[in-house]
Structure formats: C-alpha cells, structure tokens
Design a binder for this molecule. Sequence first.
Ligand SMILES: [Zn+2]
Length: 216
Amino acid sequence: MRFGSNESIPVNSTRANMCHSPMSEFSLVLDSTPEEIQAIRRACFELVPTMAIQICEIRTNGSFLKPEILMQRLASIPIQTDANSFCFKEECECESFCPRCSIRGTISHRAGSKTVVVKSDEIPRAIGGIPIVALVNQEIDLDWVALKGTGRQSAHHCPVSVVIARDGKELKIESIHYPAKIVFKKALESLATFCDKFADALDHTSNGHDLHDRDP
Ligand SMILES: [Zn+2]
C-alpha cells in the first residue's frame, strides 16, 4: 500500500516527484541524466553502511548445517539499527570489540526430541521471525559479533533489496534495514562526502594543475 504522492524536492539541479509507503518502499522520478541516476543507484547499494554479523565463534554445532552455512545464515539477517551510531572496526581504539564498534551476542540451544527452530528474534534489533536452524536432539552454542560495513565490502551489508532504474528516469528503492527514503538520503550524503574528499585531494595533489598552468 502506498500513500502520499507528488511531493517535489530539490536535489541539486534536479527535481524529484516522490511517494513512499510504510513498507520501506520509495520511488521517485528524477529529471536527471542516466549517469546521475546510476551514481545514486550505486551509492544506495555500496555506500550506505549497515550492521551485519561478520564474526561467529562456534563452540558447539550439532545441527545438520555446516558451520559455513550457519555463518552465512547469520550474516544475511538484516539488523535494523542506524549504523552511523557505530564506528568502523578499523577506526575504533579498542583491542577487540566494544559497544562503539560492535553488537555482540550468544545463541545457545539444546533441543530434545521436540523440534526447536532457532530464529532471528534472538538477535537484538534484527528482523524477527527468520529461521536460522532447526534442532532435534541437537545442540548449538555460539557467539556472534555484528560490525559496521557497506555493500562495497560485502553483500550482507547492502541495505537495499531492489533498486531499479526504469527508462533512465525512475528509481524504486526497497529496503529492509532502514526506511527506504532514509537510504536515498544517506546515499546522497555519501556521494557528497565522496565528492568533497575528491575535491580536497585535487586541491592538495601536485598533479592537480589546471591545463592553463602548463607550459606550452
Ligand atoms: Zn571498539
């Protein structure tokens, strides 16, 4: 279900007509070039940070799942928290992990003859109801660590499930990590930060002379 429509916002020199829904879906038609829209699309995929489980220390795995499959399942569970309230691990001053750079937890279950389905509800701030593993007369015991990252580092950090550019003019964003409109805004902010860094680097590089400064 959608609500709202035809709200116009300035995006630099472009105009956008947008509508959004409570289902984390956001679509807009941009009066921009295909190259500009592709830049925003790629920024949505690659530059908007999220939190995702990256590290798993398995003490016991009596399930039918191989450890690497179990790890993949944990890593693919969307965690709905603002990653900007955390720092990247490589930027943190702690020796291992701390609340500034990580979310940590433990999953520990021992099932009897009755099936126990371990779900994502055990992971704080994760989307609930996602089955991780089913246990019957089995046991798992593990610690997990979620870290901040981007889709450029790993697909598990990608915050968008669908981004489509139709006719070179329309973007449709669906996200399960953030409200889709927030992904769009964060992507624009990331692009602006990238451009600022690029311009700053040009100002400080010895090779950044204007053509007119060169000797003929
Ligand atoms: Zn830390």
